[in-house]
Write a protein that binds this ligand. Structure first.
Ligand SMILES: [Zn+2]
Ligand SMILES: [Zn+2]
Length: 859
């Protein structure tokens, strides 16, 4: 930067982001090591910042840009703070859309996926995100998914992977099995209009329920996670304490195990209710065609309610089987019913119905005229005679005493719950149990584009795991994809037909592939050492980098991805691979990007494409806008005028620095900023600068309200224009010009410009780098220390306080900013202006709040 540039005309100072950004983008891409983390032997403190890896759908959308802009600003800030930063990116590359695209456009899934990755990667590079591409992960490559297979074998060895026949959710549109989590309101999560059907298939499961208790308990320690996410996970795990009790079926060897959270009310059970899909129902109903038909109706009703997503609100129907069960507590025979309000996947799919003390049971009993028997009494009625008419039925008070309950009568409900569960256990017909809503994770998918499950089925040996040395089981390339049911792999004889590794005989390969949530359950470990080929990860390296310091992504992943990841971490810890029990220390879930109040979608025609924004305003303005337009945890309603405003702001910065910037020795400008005893314009700017640094630093370290950080920088720039250009900038209106005040000394001005550039570096890296170089600075801006501020010099010298008489504001005045309570009490009543107000009055009391107000109570 030379003297001449300050004589540039406005025309020459026009801010054109394109050549600047293209120049720097090319430079950054040439430097492969630029964003690489130091090895885990580094003496620096580590910081692992991670954004959720995207599905390579074809192009980035604005939600991605927002997500990555937050992470990138944080990564750049932490580099400037001197941390060893790991900031990787990869591709969640398996999944159904590739297969759908294959059918639609006749492109092989692999080709489609890889070309999408190429495009999205170049978009990320153009946006200037600071990823270390040398650690990139693509989950559809065998060197990644072989470890999915390896983990599967380890789990199979330990009984954590198993196979069972089970009803599965089937989306006819996807022609595949869906996880429970992928069923939304009874419909497919990808096809919101397609009701999910039920089918029975042999499936592979992972025993997530083995970790249910730990998954729940450890949530308490995740205080760096949003409370709403922890609550969602708690509800998803759905722990309930209770007891199981076996009811013998009369004239039969069968028994029905019911689960109850209120064993203290079991003397009030007047029927047993089975879920229509309970395995015993078929046996009890036998050949009775009328009953069978009724049960089918109940199943159909339940399914319809499931599809509509309102099982809880279902109109209750049922049918008596004509059979009886014996309540083991009192030997009483009670009828066995089948009820459409009992779900097979909650508890044991059977309940002892206690109409007096359960709302749903009550509604059912009223409808079918079943006995309603009161067996608990709210505590305050102790001693009075129980009478059904005196209570509003049903009532469920926990704080109750038992009545009509044999030897347990008179106990408190709480005590009875313990004692009755013990009694059941002693007599061999039940015990205290805990149930979870969380189910084992069904990972089988009848799809092509996923990790092959590494097992074989031998005619002689049965299920045989693929030996570790034969991994990976590679997904074949030339496979015809159709929407017909069953995995496309089953139609590839070269894949299916194999030799049994045990006996050498004929075997068939498993043709199901794994749920793609397997891929994303542990990918962030692999980033630390993506090329290891003899193990999935290195224990010592993981020990250095984990847990992830900051994970950033959409709240839609609050349950599935994050529960599976936590499960996987605990499983890997138990394999001895890692030492941490949780993968993520701090989690941030950003809001959505919407437009005109609605989610962006092609159908609504309200999509804003990142490429268009980059072409029009540049990457910096696009990124900066996604951070400026709303606090990052809130939804951002896209406004075209807003991007334009941000772009104008960057132009103001550019022109200001270009006009006033000069070469200046580093030690000189750094010292100049911190000078003591500055006065006038210099003091005002110094204070504003330090206040801005403080605000941005506090935001990074705290609430992440980058919108206010950026607003603070805008204020600082306005102030600079005011002092040096004599201009009051008013957004959207004509600027007013006033004559510039006294010009500050050169080195101080140069320091201010450089600090401004440093403050912008995490948010608008292209412009910041360009200006840094133009100012003649030789250091690497990416690693330049983050600006410091002097807290004392950031303080306002004077603040305005309100002076009140009997609570009413009478006058405002400037006082020293650090005036104490006592000083104010002393000084204010003696002030010239206040003394006039106090004439003829008697001061009773003076109350002072430093920095805010002084209230004088008078008579
Ligand atoms: Zn579907
Ligand atoms: Zn065999």
């Amino acid at each position: 930067m030379t003297e001449q540039s300050s004589t540039n005309t406005t025309q020459e100072l026009h801010y054109d982001p394109q050549p600047i950004e293209e120049k720097w983008s090319a430079r950054w891409q040439k430097d492969a090591k630029l964003y690489a983390a130091e090895p885990s032997s580094s003496q620096r403190k580590k910081y692992y910042v991670l954004e959720m890896l995207p599905y390579p759908s074809g192009a980035l959308h604005m939600g991605h840009v927002r997500n990555y802009s937050i992470g990138d600003a944080l990564a750049r800030y932490m580099w400037m703070r001197g941390y060893n930063v790991l900031h990787p990116m990869g591709w969640d590359a398996f999944g159904l859309p590739a297969e759908n695209a294959a059918i639609k456009n006749n492109v092989p899934p692999r080709e489609w996926t890889l070309s999408n990755i190429e495009n999205m990667k170049s978009q990320m590079k153009r946006l200037g995100f600071a990823y270390d591409w040398s650690t990139e992960i693509t989950t559809c490559f065998p060197d990644y998914y072989r470890w999915n297979q390896w983990f599967f074998l380890k789990m199979l060895e330990r009984g954590l992977a198993y196979r069972k026949k089970s009803k599965v959710n089937w989306c006819p549109e996807c022609a595949t099995v869906l996880a429970n989590e992928q069923v939304v309101g009874g419909c497919c999560w990808r096809h919101e209009q397609t009701p999910v059907e039920q089918r029975e298939l042999e499936q592979w499961f992972l025993r997530t329920t083995n970790y249910a208790e730990e998954l729940l308990r450890d949530l308490d320690g995740l205080d760096g996670w949003p409370e709403k996410v922890r609550t969602m996970q708690r509800n998803w795990i759905g722990r309930s304490e209770g007891a199981s009790v076996d009811f013998k079926v009369e004239d039969s060897e069968e028994k029905i195990t019911v689960f109850t959270t209120r064993i203290d009310t079991i003397f009030g059970a007047t029927s047993v209710q089975l879920a229509p899909e309970h395995p015993l129902v078929a046996k009890l109903v036998g050949e009775n065609a009328h009953l069978s038909a009724k049960v089918q109706e109940l199943i159909a009703e339940q399914r319809k309610a499931k599809e509509a997503g309102n099982v809880g609100a279902i109109e209750k129907h049922g049918v008596a089987t004509g059979r009886f069960a014996v309540n083991p507590f009192n030997g009483e025979k009670i009828p066995i019913w089948v009820g459409n309000y009992i779900l097979i996947d909650y508890g044991t799919g059977a309940i002892g119905s206690v109409p007096a003390h359960d709302e749903r049971d009550y509604e059912f009993a009223k409808k079918y005229g079943l006995e309603i028997r009161i067996v608990i009494m709210p505590r305050h009625e102790e001693g009075s005679n129980a009478n059904a008419d005196e209570h509003v039925l049903p009532f469920t008070a926990e704080n109750s005493l038992l009545i009509n309950s044999g030897e347990f009568s008179g106990l408190s409900s709480q005590e009875a719950q313990t004692r009755m569960a013990q009694f059941a256990e002693q007599h061999g017909f039940g015990k205290a149990t805990v149930t979870y809503r969380l189910k084992d994770w069904g990972i089988s998918r009848q799809r092509y584009w996923g990790t092959p499950i590494p097992v074989l089925y031998c005619e002689k040996c049965g299920i045989v795991p693929v030996p570790e040395k034969d991994l990976p089981v590679v997904l074949p390339d030339k496979v015809e994809i159709t929407l017909q049911g069953g995995s496309p792999l089953s139609r590839v004889p070269e894949f299916v037909n194999a030799k049994c590794p045990k006996c050498g005989g004929k075997a068939r390969r498993e043709t199901d592939t794994m749920d793609t949530f397997v891929d994303s359950s542990w990918y962030f470990y692999r980033y630390t050492n993506p090329k290891l080929d003899d193990k999935p990860m290195d224990t010592a390296t993981i020990f250095y980098w984990f847990p992830i310091d900051q994970y950033i992504g959409g709240v839609e992943h609050a349950i599935l991805h994050l529960i599976y990841s936590r499960f996987w971490t605990k499983m890997m810890r138990d394999l001895g691979l890692i030492k941490n029990s949780e993968p993520v220390a701090r989690l941030f879930t950003q809001g959505m990007v919407i437009k005109e109040g609605a989610k962006m979608s092609k159908n609504k025609g309200n999509v804003v494409a990142p490429d268009d924004m980059i072409a029009q305003y540049g990457a910096d303005a696009t990124r900066l806008y996604t951070l400026f337009a709303a606090p990052p945890d809130r939804d951002l309603d896209w406004q075209d005028a807003g991007v334009e405003g941000v772009s104008r702001f960057l132009g103001r910065v550019y022109r200001f620095v270009m006009k006033h910037g000069k070469a200046c020795a580093t030690d000189r400008w750094e010292t100049a900023i911190f000078m003591a005893g500055a006065v006038g314009a210099e003091r005002d700017i110094q204070r504003k600068l330090f206040q801005t640094i403080k605000r941005i630093t506090d935001d990074f370290d705290g609430r992440w309200h980058f919108n206010t950080s950026i607003a603070a920088t805008m204020e600082l720039v306005n102030e600079l224009y005011l002092f040096f250009e004599g201009e009051v900038h008013q957004q959207g209106e004509k600027s007013t010009r006033i004559p510039p005040p006294k010009v500050a000394q050169d080195e101080f001005v140069q320091g201010v410009l450089r600090y401004l550039v440093l403050l912008l570096a995490p948010f608008a890296p292209y412009l910041a780098h360009e200006l840094w170089e133009t100012l003649g600075e030789k250091s690497n801006l990416l690693r330049h220390p983050w600006p410091k501020y002097d807290a004392a010099l950031a303080k306002e010298d004077e603040v305005e306080i309100a002076v009140q008489l009997n609570g009413k504001v009478r006058v405002r005045m400037l006082v020293s900013a650090d005036a104490t309570e006592n000083a104010l009490k002393e000084q204010i009543p003696n002030d010239e202006k206040v003394r006039v107000l106090l004439e003829g009055k008697q001061v009773v009391k003076v109350i002072a709040v430093p920095g805010k107000l002084v209230n004088i109570v008078v008579k």
